[in-house]
Design a protein around this ligand. Structure first.
Ligand code: ZN
Length: 222
């Protein structure tokens, strides 16, 4: 299903689903963070764009949420709490400290709840994992929880990085061959840095030109 014209296009460049999920809060280390999950509808859009749910499930969830807005709002709140937890765990680790025990316990509680609902279903020709009942409002959160556990226990945790832009705060796994990725997304902070460098260079050149002009003026005035 093509996304809605007005729908925000999430940046799925974190290298792990759980990090893409935390990156739905933009500029979070600056003074004006931007929330990209403003509603349950946004959460569904994230699930669809991250390919956690398919087009039919997206439609079904949106219809169900329209009928049960309070239930949808509760899942939205749960999602934001989960995001805070995952962000805190990986931000602590990227800062060189071990995740807090309480945070790990909270993640494990989530993991236990998710696992209890998991199963295998037969969809026409193939068998597939199922996260909770068909139509469960929070079905897109289970893969996020599992992704956090998988990243914590994988060798890739050593490649966890934070974007080089001071106000950004987006996390990613550096899967580049030379391990020198600096930006969360070249299209976001990479381009900003490039534009800033260009701006400084231009200003410096302009400054030099002005100095020359002043010198000339002084010479003619003298
Ligand atoms: Zn960034």
């Amino acid at each position: 299903m093509p996304s809605r014209a007005s729908e925000y296009q999430f940046h799925l460049t974190g290298g792990a689903l759980c990090l893409d999920f935390t990156n739905t809060r933009s500029w979070r280390r600056g003074s004006a963070p931007v929330e990209r999950l403003t509603s349950y509808d946004d959460l569904v859009a994230f699930g669809r764009q991250a390919r956690i749910i398919d087009a039919a499930q997206t439609r079904a969830l949106r219809d169900a949420a329209a009928r049960q807005p309070r239930r949808a709002a509760r899942v939205h709140r749960e999602a934001l709490e989960l995001r805070i937890l995952i962000d805190r765990i990986f931000t602590t680790i990227v800062d060189g400290r071990p995740a807090a025990r309480a945070d790990l316990a909270a993640l494990n509680a989530r993991l236990a709840a998710v696992s209890a609902r998991m199963g295998v279903v037969h969809n026409r020709r193939a068998y597939a994992w199922r996260d909770g009942e068909e139509g469960a409002f929070d079905r897109m959160l289970a893969p996020v929880v599992r992704s956090a556990a998988a990243l914590l226990t994988s060798a890739e945790l050593g490649k966890l990085r934070r974007c080089g832009a001071a106000d950004c705060g987006w996390l990613f796994v550096d899967l580049s061959r030379n391990q020198r990725r600096r930006w969360c997304d070249m299209r976001v902070c990479g381009n900003r840095a490039k534009a800033r460098r260009h701006h400084h260079l231009k200003r410096r050149r302009l400054g030099e030109k002005t100095k020359i002009k002043i010198k000339r003026l002084k010479r003619t005035a003298a």
